[in-house]
Design a binder for this molecule. Structure first.
Ligand code: HEM
Length: 223
């Protein structure tokens, strides 16, 4: 049997950044659902009671916002839309059937991954700003230190925006995790930081060509 070759996909720092983001989103979803509806109040048990959830949720939100900003700065350029992404989308049937030979060669990310990236970016901005309006602490230091006060009308809009953005973010998150598991060998990118050459050839051939070209020239592999 031939030896597998491995290609670096993420640095340790990029992976740590990703997993802080992932863990904070899961904690936010659980604590947010606990606050959302009485039927989900039992979830407060995970955080040691309702008062804790109320206190922790916004702070975890701050961690998510800062951490996602890190991912955004790292990856926004690689997620810019290209003409080939339209072709990939138009051939979604081939994507779902695993007929990758019908698809154009992809760079580091395909159109589906790029859509997850931009949707999450928009949703986290919406969650962050609506969350700031809703943060109870606004009655104290937000008003005195930051001079931030909000009207009841603004709070009402914020509740709506926050809830809608949260539901969409959870759906996008499920799609992201499903895709990461469904495309075999992808999880290893975020766990070990590397993928097999075969995975790169099959799913992100242009990226693989570029990486191989870089190492051949003696340059370090990309982020
Ligand atoms: C806990 C569940 C999660 C799992 C199992 C997971 C898994 C993965 C995997 C395997 C990759 C590598 C994909 C590749 O290199 O082709 C990845 C990339 C990425 N993930 Fe996650 N992830 C999770 C949660 C999240 C969350 C909550 C966010 C953001 C809010 C997120 C944002 C990203 C981003 C931005 C990338 C880089 C891809 C891009 O920029 O388009 N992930 N994830």
């Amino acid at each position: 049997m031939s030896e597998k070759t491995y290609v670096k996909r993420y640095s340790a720092l990029a992976r740590a950044n990703h997993w802080v983001t992932a863990i904070s989103l899961v904690l936010l979803a659980l604590s947010g659902m606990a606050l959302f509806h009485p039927s989900l109040y039992f979830l407060t048990g995970l955080f040691g009671g309702g008062a804790n959830v109320r206190e922790f949720h916004p702070w975890i939100g701050l961690v998510l916002a800062i951490s996602f900003l890190g991912l955004f700065v790292r990856f926004w350029k690689l997620n810019l839309w290209e003409r080939n992404d339209n072709v990939w989308l138009a051939r979604l049937r081939s994507v779902l059937a695993g007929r990758e030979e019908d698809l154009p060669e992809m760079g580091k990310y395909n159109a589906g991954q790029k859509m997850v990236f931009w949707l999450m970016s928009i949703l986290i901005i919406a969650l962050f700003f609506s969350g700031v309006v809703l943060w109870d602490a606004k009655h104290e230091w937000m008003a005195t230190t930051l001079g931030l006060t909000f009207t009841i009308e603004q709070s009402r809009i914020a509740v709506l925006v926050h809830a809608i953005a949260a539901v969409i973010a959870i759906v996008v998150w499920i799609v992201h995790v499903y895709a990461a598991i469904w495309v075999k060998g992808t999880l290893s990118a975020m766990v070990k930081g590397e993928v097999t050459g075969g995975w790169g050839w099959r799913h992100h051939r242009r990226w693989l060509r570029e990486e191989v070209g870089k190492t051949a020239k003696g340059n370090p592999p990309a982020e």
